[in-house]
Design a protein around this ligand. Structure first.
Ligand SMILES: [Zn+2]
Ligand SMILES: [Zn+2]
Length: 387
């Protein structure tokens, strides 16, 4: 498996699961497909065998939490159709992102991701091969963390994007002021060299110019001849109201710059939402669990429950309500795009006191006596005997 595989193969599609699939779904789908295409069940069927291999490969990545994350990151970074380098060319005014930054923290996966990084940027500048057409910039993903309330109301966040651009001293040429780079004599400026290995011809970045196609005799002191320099920019981004934890927001045109006049890629912002100590979210509904007494459920009661950023609301509990029942308070949830509001889902939960004072203890003992004839498990025990 290579970086190229990561970019070109859609493992989710291979396993027939959504990108958001839970590990259990992935496992179930893998098992089903593996049974269907297993070589033992398809003797002599080469296409089934091929399919079985693909399924196994996809599962080996998606079943491993860490590798799945790497795979997702690689794909979200470069999109499905990303195939060729998009390094900053000398003199190009574009602003690239520092993928190394995004990849840092990949731990021992650094080898594979470093490979990817090198493949993408190493051959960036001097390539004069096939694609001289305008090329759309790659998509980029970043993350932001919001407070619970900001995610509900919408907010503006500052996203700091670290990027690699042309060195301001040498304007990206990599050559010291007053000198110019010359074409690499080894590869003739293509940045590529070919070598034969067995029956394959392999094309790889030129060892002389490291894929740039240019060599610098007198390097620029500020960028050591690379022609690139790190800088960062901050963009203000509006996060719409009602985003959920884990959601990805697309910001068109804020990804990597295009090449040769191609449009910029898009920026995707993965939103994390900090949990609230009291409220939860379920789509446009807010959720809250409210402790109640046995007496309140048995006899009925009106209880005050908190609402998010509002006055407490009163929920009427009818007599004989079981614990765990959920009541919906309309309009106290998250505002939807169409202007309507979700509800507040109030789940009641019996609170059993740890210490009972004498009077309460007597009352409960009396209750036990008064209900001694009722076994709440009688029906359960009967039904358990059914075949
Ligand atoms: Zn420079
Ligand atoms: Zn060269």
């Amino acid at each position: 498996m290579s970086t190229k595989d990561f970019l070109e193969k859609d493992y989710y599609k291979t396993l027939g699961v959504a990108k958001t699939a839970k590990p259990a779904e992935i496992k179930a789908s893998y098992r089903k497909l593996a049974r269907k295409y297993h070589p033992d069940a398809n003797k002599g069927d080469a296409s089934a065998e091929e399919r079985f291999k693909e399924i196994s490969e996809a599962y080996s990545v998606l079943s491993d939490e860490k590798r799945r994350k790497e795979y997702d990151e690689a794909r979200s970074m470069f999109g499905g159709g990303f195939r060729t380098p998009t390094g900053t060319r000398p003199g190009q005014g574009g602003f690239g992102f520092d993928l190394g930054d995004i990849f840092s923290g990949a731990g021992d996966a650094g080898g594979r991701l470093g490979d990817l990084f090198g493949g993408v940027f190493g051959g960036g500048s001097g390539r004069t091969t096939a694609q001289n057409r305008p090329r759309r910039g790659a998509d980029v993903e970043t993350e932001t963390t919001l407070n619970f309330g900001d995610a509900i109301d919408g907010t503006t966040v500052a996203l700091r994007l670290t990027g690699e651009g042309p060195c301001p001293t040498c304007h990206g040429t990599g050559a010291k002021a007053g000198t110019v780079p010359r074409m690499c004599p080894s590869c003739g400026g293509t940045g590529q060299e070919s070598r034969n290995q067995g029956s394959f011809g392999i094309s790889e970045p030129c060892h002389e110019c490291h894929g740039r196609g240019l060599v610098v005799d007198d390097p620029c002191p500020d960028c050591s001849g690379t022609g690139r320099a790190m800088s960062s920019r901050t963009i203000q981004t509006r996060i719409p109201a009602g985003v959920a934890d884990g959601q990805r927001i697309k910001i068109a045109g804020k990804g990597l710059s295009g090449e040769r006049g191609g449009p910029s890629g898009d920026l995707y912002v993965r939103v994390h939402v900090k949990p609230h100590p009291v409220f939860g979210r379920s789509g446009a509904n807010l959720t809250v669990t409210v402790p109640v007494t046995f007496a309140e459920l048995a006899l009925g009661a009106e209880v005050k429950v908190p609402s998010h950023r509002g006055a407490p609301v009163t929920v009427r509990i009818p007599a004989g309500t079981p614990t765990g029942r959920t009541f919906r308070v309309a309009g106290k949830g998250v505002r939807r795009k169409d202007g309507t509001n979700g509800g507040l889902l109030v789940t009641v939960e019996v609170m059993v006191p740890k210490d009972l004072n004498g009077k309460a203890r007597h009352a409960i003992e009396d209750l036990r006596e008064a209900t001694a004839g009722q076994d709440p498990r009688e029906e359960l025990l009967d039904r358990a005997k059914e075949a």
